[in-house]
Design a protein around this ligand. Structure first.
Ligand SMILES: *[C@@H]1O[C@H](CO)[C@@H](O)[C@H](O)[C@H]1NC(C)=O
Length: 824
């Protein structure tokens, strides 16, 4: 796939030369994997880089890349940093690549280097893993993310309600959203390789100095150079132009970008509610928005037009599941993504443990939302909330609403255009409010979490939720209101899925956010940096367990309370039903290991693979195992395509991103499909397992299963159109969870085309960020090699000894090798 595929320990010319020298290995290679050059396999395996890449957005670009297709080559020069107030711009008068320690990766360094580059000698930046270097490390690391993440000054600035300029990320320097056009950069994660590069770069400085003192050029001196091949598109274009790109030669539509996006996962607690024909309820042409909002605000659910009015209002417990850094292949997101996911999963498990007999009697319904792409314009929560209620999804025509598996009348409904692989979200009732969770892995104070609400004041869902959280304290964690005070600039509440709910409902629906921070993000690990990892700073499982308990209790309290806003009675009720999760809980610890350390753990893999079998049994499509979370885990959102969350429909022999023809269903095998990542699929499986223990179990145990058909005759998932599925937990459970596309609202798949073609939606109201990632070149990467001067390769080729020497070098220094292969 498209990101993270490194290739060629020995690239290009080197590969060619080395193959000449090592014919046996060349043979071995052609018979197995061409992408790995066998003699250098070891060094290849150690050598990787993580690039700073370009992203386009609605109004332009950000990130790194070269201006055009020509390679950027320069000799390695060690950059000492300018911490002493000196401008240490390297004094060289030839093309160079600055080699920089990661602890110098901040705005001051980049300013010095970018501003000082008036003669254009600086060709690129390599950042080193500084592990093992004895330096005076500033524990208060700057964060590369914006000071107001997703807010003021970012492409998501208009997706806010109220104050978008509050400096949540007080240490933020905005590097992640800066446009470094013309300057390629990469990080070298391997500390051994970093050492070699550091030594090489430092030694060259010395040589340079010697040469300056002594005019005489050393005969045969050579320098070690880095070569960046990082063309990521021209200047002056934006996402929509990039998506709509036409080849000049033939005028053929040939997009050069794909949107950032993926798949959100949502689930309900308790049995399904009666299935209404939602399309009739969506007939809202003559209803004005304000009326509907007012109704929502009054909790009057007799006459809602945007969702299933007959169903109970929903308390949505939600979190963002992605993070970022300057280098998208290194996004550990331990506090800002993994901790959220962990707390929310454990909360779902506790709520599910109540059983449907309790859950079905609650006045409101509890739902969980794991939203993808939140870092990039709240893509997941906005996609979901817009479809559910604000303004509510409209299929282009009633006859475009079909069964997601053409020959199965019982399969979920789907829409051919705009494509939705499932319309189950239309069965949700109105959203009564939201409880979000953010960054609870590293609380700033011992035994204390914080609650922020949307500032709608007394008598609002947000203030009710705040009080409930405060009253739901555990034996070792309390909850405090944030110390932020209203400063008349609009009440600030953190960037989280709650922002989407409040903005989309224009304040009619609200809620609260449970966090580990008070008035600003902790700086113990830098927010949205490649260092935001469990390895740098271990996440606090006590805090995460407490957050899960608090979320579960608060959700239950709100569902029980049903809009009375009697927080004392309802939190008392909830505390009786939901005990405290211990930080030594087995599932918590297994999942912590998966989400913080080993994304390829068995636990996620078994849930993921059963989900794929379920999908195969249902639709006939066989998917691979999905894009891995990786080890160490990577929480970058990813690039939306058919292998990465873009839902599709198969009609006859063709696959479409959306379909406006009339042949769907002519063939029995016609069906909708979606292939989320391993993590997203595993979450769907876990949510089914945790929440789907059924209504008639009554203490009995769920039926065991090892394949989908084992659950065909289960008796305990019967209410309404409930049905059983097998999960990776090895039990037949009642289906409770679903995927939803996480795609910027401005975009929709072009009907009648394959996947990967996107156009501006006619419902775009021009406020979303529209992030896309370009793939202008097939062949981007960084090489490091010894430059022997001007001798042409052809001549070199004749000289065995020299070639041999080159290959040794190629194996040795080189090859930070690292080609970054793009998928298309
Ligand atoms: C830096 O190197 C150390 C030691 O090899 C390693 O444990 C760590 O994960 C590396 N850091 C990153 C960000 O890759």
């Amino acid at each position: 796939m498209w990101r993270q595929r490194q290739q060629h320990a020995c690239g290009g010319l080197w590969l060619f030369l080395c193959v000449l020298l090592f014919p046996s290995s060349a043979l071995a290679q052609s018979s197995s994997d061409m992408s790995i050059n066998a003699p250098f396999q070891d060094s290849f395996n150690r050598l990787t880089h993580a690039a700073c890449v370009t992203l386009f957005h609605r109004k332009g670009r950000l990130g790194c890349g070269t201006e055009d297709r020509s390679l950027h080559v320069g000799k390695l020069v060690y950059y000492k940093g300018n911490s002493n107030g000196n401008n240490n711009f390297p004094s060289v008068n030839e093309d160079f690549v600055a080699v920089v320690e990661e602890y110098h990766l901040d705005a001051s360094t980049l300013n010095t280097l970018v501003q000082g580059n008036s003669n254009g000698y600086l060709k690129g930046l390599l950042f080193l893993n500084s592990t093992g270097i004895d330096y005076n490390r500033d524990k208060s690391y700057y964060s590369p993310a914006a000071q107001s993440p997703r807010g003021y000054g970012t492409p998501s600035a208009y997706e806010w309600y109220g104050n978008n300029a509050y400096p949540w990320n007080a240490k933020g320097q905005g590097l992640n959203i800066y446009d470094f056009y013309g300057l390629p950069m990469a990080y070298v994660p391997d500390s051994d390789v970093s050492n070699e590069l550091r030594n090489a770069a430092m030694n060259q400085i010395n040589k340079n100095n010697n040469n300056n003192n002594n005019e005489e050029q050393q005969e045969g001196s050579s320098s070690i150079v880095a070569e960046f091949n990082y063309y990521m598109g021209p200047d002056g274009i934006n996402s929509l132009e990039c998506l709509g790109w036409k080849d000049q030669a033939d005028g053929k539509w040939s997009p050069k970008c794909l949107p950032l996006g993926g798949t959100s996962v949502w689930a309900t607690a308790g049995s399904p509610e009666p299935n209404q024909d939602n399309q009739n309820n969506n007939n809202n042409d003559d209803i004005n928005d304000d009326d509907a909002r007012r109704e929502l605000n009054n909790n009057n659910n007799n006459n809602n037009y945007y969702y299933d009015a007959n169903n109970r209002p929903v308390v949505l417990v939600a979190a963002g599941m992605d993070a970022s850094s300057l280098f998208h292949d290194l996004v550990p997101g331990a506090n800002s993504a993994a901790s959220n996911i962990l707390a929310l999963l454990m909360a779902a498990k506790m709520v599910g443990g109540l059983g449907d007999n309790v859950l079905d009697k609650l006045t409101y319904r509890i739902a969980f939302g794991f939203f993808q792409g939140e870092t990039y314009g709240f893509a997941g929560s906005r996609s979901f909330l817009r479809d559910v209620a604000f303004p509510g999804f409209q299929c282009s025509a009633n006859d475009r609403i079909v069964r997601s598996v053409a020959n199965n009348d019982k399969s979920e409904k789907a829409c051919l255009y705009p494509l939705r692989h499932s319309l189950e979200f239309q069965r949700l009732g109105p959203i009564a409010g939201m409880l979000a969770v953010d960054q609870v892995g590293l609380p700033v104070a011992d035994g204390l979490l914080y609650v922020h609400n949307d500032g709608q004041g007394d008598g609002s869902f947000g203030s009710f939720m705040s009080n409930v959280l405060k009253y739901s304290y555990t034996s070792n964690f309390a909850v405090s209101y944030t110390s932020i005070e209203d400063n008349d600039n609009g009440w600030p509440f953190p960037p989280s899925p709650l922002q989407s709910l409040v903005q989309l409902s224009q304040g009619a629906a609200g809620g609260a956010v449970l966090t580990g921070y008070d008035y600003a993000f902790t700086n113990q690990v830098p927010f949205h940096s490649h260092l935001e990892s469990n390895q740098e700073k271990q996440m606090d499982l006590d805090a995460i367990a407490a957050a899960a308990t608090l979320l579960a209790r608060a959700a239950l309290a709100a569902a029980y309370d049903g809009g009375q806003y009697d927080y004392e009675t309802s939190s008392q009720y909830a505390s009786q039903w939901i005990g405290e999760l211990s930080s030594s809980d087995e599932t918590l610890n297994i999942l912590a290991n998966c989400l913080f350390k080993d994304g390829n753990c068995d636990y996620l893999k078994k849930y993921n693979s059963m989900e794929r079998e379920n999908d195969k049994a249902r639709t006939g499509f066989s998917y691979g195992s999905g894009y891995p979370l990786g080890t160490p885990p990577n929480y970058y959102v990813g690039v939306y395509n058919i292998n990465y969350g873009q839902p599709f429909v198969q009609v006859g022999d063709s696959v479409y991103g959306a379909y406006d023809g009339d042949k769907y269903g002519n063939r029995g095998a016609d069906a909708f499909g979606i292939q989320p990542t391993l993590l997203e699929s595993a979450i769907r499986g876990m949510l089914n397992d945790f929440l789907g223990r059924g209504s008639n179990l009554n203490g009995g145990s769920a039926q065991e299963c090892s394949k989908p058909s084992d659950c065909d005759n289960v008796q305990y998932c019967q209410k309404n159109d409930d049905h059983a599925v097998c999960t990776g937990g090895g039990k037949c459970v009642c289906a409770r969870s679903h995927f939803h596309l996480a795609l910027d609202e401005a975009l929709e798949a072009k009907p009648g085309m394959g996947t990967g073609y996107f156009v501006q939606s006619e419902n775009d109201n021009e406020i979303s960020a529209v992030y896309t990632e370009p793939y202008w070149s097939n062949d981007v990467g960084v090489r490091v090699y010894r430059d022997v001067g001007q001798i042409p390769g052809v001549v070199t080729l004749g000289v065995g000894a020299v070639v041999s020497g080159l290959c040794v070098l190629a194996a040795f220094v080189l090859k930070v090798g690292l080609k970054k292969e793009k998928m298309y």
